[in-house]
Ligand binder design. Structure first.
Ligand code: ADP
Ligand code: MG
Length: 343
């Protein structure tokens, strides 16, 4: 008998889930990204018991047509890219076609959707059917609801790593905040155990955007920050940087968005740190909400499954641009206008 066997689809998905589904917060990230990719303008998130018992994301996006519903739950099935060319300049947040397959393999997942222009909504469920979902009619306005119950109920090793309800929820809330900062035009409503935690209306004007930043980062951040908007050589950097007086003991108020995608990047972190080097005490961390816009063709987002990292084609140019823009903005705030002592 052959000793090499093909993994069952469920097991293959569970292994893939190991990469992207660490905790409720990672599920929320994937679901919210899908809603944004579907063009939603309003997203409602309901969470119970830190997300371990229930995560429900409801959007008013384009929805999924009936025949695509089972595919949405299959591995490597995506509507977002077709060929390598698309991958080279991907504009959507998702593209790997793995999230729903992974999440559904480690939870009880129900996907309900009514596609734009369809006269009927449909629903799929995967639990107990070993990744062979059955499609049934359902009631739902245009858009999609994904309900994820009992995360890791069938993978006890993973479940053991979950922390308290409070800790899991705070990770989850942070994910919602990051995405809400990346899309001012979308309304976000977050409820935990039936209580409203975050309620953000769409922000279209500068003032509304500022209000959203204040609700997420606190009013003190807005009061003690400098507004930035700088363009050079195809790069644009805008947003808010906290004054040195508004530094933190932890690097927990740092948001950096590249072409609509929140990232954590070493090169970016380094450029910012350099700009603040002479104005911050050791052990203090700068605060910022920044948006970098550049030609998508010169950024590679396919670096890591969670897509937290990116690679810039010309990292040096990006670094210099960030550093000089921030350095100058901070310098202008000094009474002598000289900025931090020359490096
Ligand atoms: P990816 O986002 O990488 O394509 P996913 O597993 O997250 O992979 O989703 C698979 C597919 O299901 C998506 O390509 C999309 O077509 C569809 N989909 C998932 N969530 C939604 C949603 N909220 N609204 C519309 N379509 C969705
Ligand atoms: Mg996705």
């Amino acid at each position: 008998m052959s000793r090499i066997q093909l993994l069952s689809p469920r097991l293959a998905n569970q292994i893939a889930a190991g990469e992207v589904v660490e905790r409720p917060a990672s599920v929320i990230k994937e679901l919210l990204e899908n809603s944004l990719d579907a063009g939603a303008t309003r997203i409602d998130i309901d969470v119970e018991e830190g997300g371990v018992k229930l995560l429900r994301v409801r959007d008013n996006g384009r929805g999924i047509i009936e025949s695509d519903l089972p595919l949405a739950l299959s591995r490597h099935a995506t509507s977002k890219i077709i060929d390598l060319d698309d991958l080279e300049r991907v504009a959507t947040l998702g593209f790997r076609g793995e999230a729903l397959a992974s999440v559904s393999s480690v939870s009880r997942l129900v996907l309900t959707s009514c596609a734009e222009g369809a006269d009927q909504a449909w629903q799929v469920e995967t639990e107990g059917r070993d990744m062979n979902p059955r499609v049934q009619p359902a009631a739902h306005p245009q858009g999609t609801t994904v309900e994820v119950r009992d995360l890791f109920f069938n993978t006890p090793a993973r479940r053991k790593f979950l922390r308290t309800e409070r800790t899991e929820f705070s990770h989850l809330e942070e994910v919602v905040k990051r995405l809400a900062l990346s899309r001012f035009d979308v309304a976000f409503h977050l409820r935990h155990n039936g209580r409203s935690v975050l309620s953000l209306r769409p922000a279209h004007t500068e003032q509304e955007a500022q209000r959203r930043v204040a609700s997420i980062c606190g009013p003190a951040f807005i009061e003690q920050s400098v507004t930035i908007d700088q363009e050079r050589g195809g790069l644009r950097l805008w947003g808010w940087v906290g004054l040195p007086t508004f530094s933190r003991s932890q690097a927990d108020l740092q948001y950096f968005c590249v072409n609509g995608r929140m990232i954590r990047d070493k090169l970016v972190a380094h450029a910012v740190r350099q700009a603040y080097r002479d104005v911050l005490f050791n052990g203090r961390h700068p605060t910022f909400v920044l948006f970098l816009e550049l030609d998508p063709a010169v950024v590679d987002v396919n670096v890591h499954p969670t897509k937290h990292e990116v690679r810039f084609r010309d990292g040096r140019m990006v670094h210099d641009f960030l550093f000089s823009t921030l350095y100058r903005a901070l310098a202008e705030q000094r009474p002598d206008g000289q900025g931090p002592a020359a490096a």
